[in-house]
Every structure is written in C-alpha cells, then in structure tokens.
Design a protein around this ligand. Sequence first.
Ligand SMILES: NC(=O)c1ccc[n+]([C@@H]2O[C@H](COP(=O)([O-])OP(=O)(O)OC[C@H]3O[C@@H](n4cnc5c(N)ncnc54)[C@H](OP(=O)(O)O)[C@@H]3O)[C@@H](O)[C@H]2O)c1
Length: 341
Amino acid sequence: MPLSRVPDPADAPPLRWGVLGPGTIARAFAGALLTHSHQQIVAVGSRTVQRARGFAAEFGITHVHGGYEALVSNPDVEVVYVATPHSHHREHALLAIAAGKHVLVEKAFTRNAAEAREVAEAARAAGVVVLEAMWSRFLPTADVLRQLLADGALGAVRTVEADHGQLIGAQDADRLHNPALAGGALLDLGIYPVSFASLVLGPPDEVTATGTLTSSGVDEQVRAVLHAGGAEAVLTTTLAERTHTRAAVVGELARVDLPGDFYLPVPLTLTSADGRTRLTADPGPIRGHEGLVYQAAHLAQLVADGTTESPLLPPDETIGILTTTDEIRRQVGVVYPGEVA
Ligand SMILES: NC(=O)c1ccc[n+]([C@@H]2O[C@H](COP(=O)([O-])OP(=O)(O)OC[C@H]3O[C@@H](n4cnc5c(N)ncnc54)[C@H](OP(=O)(O)O)[C@@H]3O)[C@@H](O)[C@H]2O)c1
C-alpha cells in the first residue's frame, strides 16, 4: 500500500484568511485551521455585524465587517473563504477576485458550469488562486487512491460506486430545500459522489439520471449512471434517508473500498480480486470535519509556490464536475431562479 504524500497541514506557510459568511461550515473550518495549522484568520464578514462579532469572539479574529465588500477590501486579508449558500458563490467569489484576493469557494463551487467558467476566467485574468473546497480531494487517503490508480494496482477499472444520503428536512435546513438558495441533494451531498467519479474516471461520455423532487421543487433523490471509456459509475444521493454513504472503485486486479462516511478522513481498504490480499491505509491523525484543514494548507502552499491552479483539483475539472451536475439536473428537471446560464 503506498503511503500518503500529503504534508502535515501545520507545515504549510501561513496565509491571512478572511471568512465570508460565518455559518455552520465556516465555524468548522475556522476550528480546524486554528487546531491543526498556522493559518491565520484575521477577518470575518457577515451581512449582520452582530453575527460577525460573535464569530470573531469565538475564534479570536481581529477585523469584524458588517458586509462582504468591506471584508474583501481589507488590505490585511490575503485569501477569502466563501462559505455562503451555493446560489451566492459566483457573486461572492467574483467580489473577492475583483479585490485581488485568492479564494477558496465552498462546494458546490457554483450552481452550474457557466458560472464556474466565469469565476475561473476572472481568477486567471487576476492571477489569483481559485480552488473549490471539495475537501475530500485533499485528504491523505485521496492521495493513496491517486497513487493506486496511477500505479495500475487496480488494473482496468470497470465500476465506481458512491453514495451520499442524509435525512435533512426543510425544518432542519431551509437552505437545502429552497430553490432560491440552489437547494437539493445533488449540489450539496451528491457533489461528493460526482467529484469522486471524476477523480477516478475523468469526465463522462454519457450521463443517465433519474430522480424525484421535493414539494419545493429541488431534487430530493437522484440516481445517476455515468459512462466513461469502458467504465460505469453508479452514483446516488438523497435528502430523504440516512444511507450507507460508502464508495468503491472496482478494477480487474483489485478493489478499493471507502466505508461510510467516505468523504471524511476514513480508512481505505485494498482487496485483491482473488480476495487473498487485504491492505488498509490509515486516514491519518486528523479526523472528522477537522480534515477541512488540508484544503486550506494546500491552497497556502500553492500561493507560496506561485502556482494559481491546483494540480489536484484544477478549475477545469471543477467546471467538468458542474457540467455533469448540469446534465443530471436537466434530466431530473431542476432549475434555479436567477441562475446565470
Ligand atoms: N465541506 C463541507 O463539509 C460542508 C458542510 C456543510 C456545508 N458546506 C457548504 O458550505 C456552504 C454554506 O453551508 P452552511 O451549511 O454553512 O450554511 P449556513 O449555515 O446557512 O451558512 C451560510 C452563511 O452564508 C451567509 N449568507 C449569505 N447570503 C445568504 C442567504 N441569502 N441565505 C442564507 N445565508 C446567507 C450567512 O452568513 P451572514 O448572513 O452572517 O453573512 C450564513 O451564515 C454551502 O455551499 C454548503 O454546500 C460544506
């Protein structure tokens, strides 16, 4: 089993971060950075100054802004973490880029591929880093999987399976049921299986999807089958059930299994096709959502190296992932108000 080559996040050169949209995931992100890295969170911007003050007090942040424009204009901020709903990622990423800041944009990067292309082009023109916060991509076991695929340890891959289902009602999270906030299972949870298939197989040649909608008109449950070369990926996502949330890659020589919750730091198991050999890669010492720190450390290293596009998740792949979700949404019948086509 190859060893992970992912550096300790504590070794990444520090950057000065500004948090845009201090909600649930921003809180987990800030905690992970402060616990496991030397990244500095110097500013927070909220639509409501009281919320920014509360967040700043919790994490010892110096600059408090009652608006996002003020946050991105703060000269002390080098990189902006966009943690608003997907509906607003395009607008907020463009705001940060226009202010000359690097930007880490929560998943789903934008509502669709056209919006993602616009953000990627703006970042290229400004010479800043833009990275989709698909944090599973930067975990130690993702690096082990990449090495197994590159070394041909699995042989020709024929099948990928990935699932992400959570029981989340409208009373639990309006964001996920609200079309105006680009709700639905696919862009919030299903984006992990789609990204996993992209990592293993690259862009699909063919997409076939079925699904059901909530009464509010977003996708509640989706099943998508992607074909890429000679391989097939079967991807499932739902807001209606807490499912097994596992992933697997099956090749002619061996199989890789990631147990539930596959998108977190979890052990990776390699099993030979004859079942005789079984090896496990440890996910490393950082567990649960504290693994959010790896993506921040990766971005900080890109900036220090003067590289604007991540080799692990370049903007063109993010655009490709959203091209797949666009096609799935077209087949399932989900349209968001105000989305830029
Ligand atoms: N990586 C992960 O594991 C993970 C987990 C959960 C969520 N996420 C992603 O993170 C993003 C935010 O999700 P969340 O669960 O943190 O959401 P949340 O708790 O609702 O927080 C979102 C924040 O965005 C700001 N905001 C700006 N415009 C808004 C609007 N029109 N409606 C609601 N909020 C608005 C709000 O902050 P202010 O009003 O204070 O500015 C709010 O606190 C989503 O894209 C989601 O997919 C990632």
